[in-house]
Design a protein around this ligand. Structure first.
Ligand code: GLA
Length: 354
């Protein structure tokens, strides 16, 4: 007599999320402003096989210890931020936010540098959330993962990173209006390179300083209304010098995002590059999130033939610089720090091919 048939094990689900580079528009997302980030062709893949257990266990090729979390872990930031190894905090926060029906095991593979400012954490969150069965609509996915990011890190970040890695379209950057989360795909010209260069500085000061900048913006917005909607001239009238500088950065940065988008569309790469470099100066002088290393790298890049412009990208306080260049203008092997030529990738998705 033959054995009764065994239930077929559920098939593994594989989900992939790109990282992102922000072309222009930093520290605008939590101010109801504008930004133009681009998903990149470096990313993170999570493969998950559900089982009958009560734990989610993921192993990463980049980490010695697995993330081993309880299926019913509460979405309690104080608890999640004590978990070890530290990358398990992201996994736990996503498990708590998505609430998958069953535990399971899986793997994480990534081509993204960790902690470099290319949103390796957003990519991990979004790929994990999708693999665990989160609603794949980009806005729900991004909101769930932004919530998870807050629980995992305690940093009150905006939604830019999770939204662009969820909603991007291949070949385009994504213009986001954070007042109403309206999005427009902006085709990238084919005859330019987007180059990302690591400054060699890790972003150690980011956590406290990011929250401080956000609080300063809120203090200015309390008087003036959302800074992303403010006329740069009006920002000039804020009596407090520090709040005036913060507001001026956000207001002028949103104007630069509009002008940059128009320059890209009109093929004016010199104009687009100039706006990127102006954005860097504003982030350095008015928003004070640059470092001497980032400033030196931007200066070195904009002095090179074929470079239209360069700026720090993301939160600042270290991390990466992004440059817009003529094709092949920069030899990536000549940098002492890691550098990548990136292309506009599509958003996170379930991988269906074998
Ligand atoms: C980090 C945050 C984003 C955004 C940028 C700065 O990447 O996660 O929400 O605020 O910094 O533009």
């Amino acid at each position: 007599m033959s054995d009764p048939p065994r239930p077929t094990p559920a098939a593994a689900v594989r989900a992939r999320s790109p990282g992102r580079v922000n072309l222009i528009g930093d520290h605008t997302d939590y101010n109801e402003g504008l930004a133009l980030p681009m998903a990149v062709d470096l990313g993170t893949t999570v493969t998950f096989l559900a089982d009958e257990g009560t734990r989610v266990v993921l192993r990463s090729s980049a980490e010695p210890e697995p993330a081993d979390v309880e299926l019913r872990v509460p979405l309690d930031p104080r608890l999640i931020q004590t978990l070890e190894p530290s990358w398990a905090r992201y996994v736990a926060a996503v498990v708590a936010a998505v609430r998958p029906g069953s535990g399971g095991t899986g793997t994480v593979e990534s081509t993204l540098p960790i902690g470099a400012g290319l949103s390796s954490s957003a990519a991990l969150e979004v790929a994990t959330a999708l693999a665990l069965g989160c609603e794949p609509d980009p806005l729900s996915l991004a909101r769930t993962c932004q919530h998870a990011e807050h629980a995992a890190t305690g940093v009150p970040t905006g939604i830019m990173d999770q939204l662009v890695v969820s909603a991007a379209r291949q070949g385009s950057a994504l213009l986001i209006d954070f007042a109403d989360l309206a999005m427009r795909h902006v085709e990238m010209p084919r005859d330019v390179d987007v180059v990302v260069v690591h400054s060699g500085e890790s972003r150690s000061l980011e956590h406290r300083s990011y929250a401080q900048r956000r609080a300063e913006c809120e203090a200015a917005a309390h008087r003036m209304g959302p800074l992303g909607r403010l006329d740069p001239e009006v920002a000039q009238a804020i009596p407090d010098a520090l709040l005036r500088r913060r507001a001026r950065h956000v207001a002028t940065e949103c104007a630069r995002v509009r002008a940059f988008t128009a320059a890209l569309g009109g093929g004016d790469m010199h104009g687009a590059g100039r706006l990127m470099t102006e954005s860097h100066r504003s982030l350095a002088q008015d928003f004070e999130v640059s470092t001497p290393g980032l400033d030196a790298l931007v200066d070195a890049l904009v002095g090179r033939a074929g470079v239209f412009g360069a700026r720090l990208t993301g939160a600042g306080f270290g991390g990466c610089v992004v440059a817009l260049t003529e094709p092949g203008a920069l030899d990536l092997r000549a940098f002492r720090t890691p550098a990548w030529r990136v292309r506009a990738a599509g958003g996170a998705h379930i991988v269906t091919d074998p």
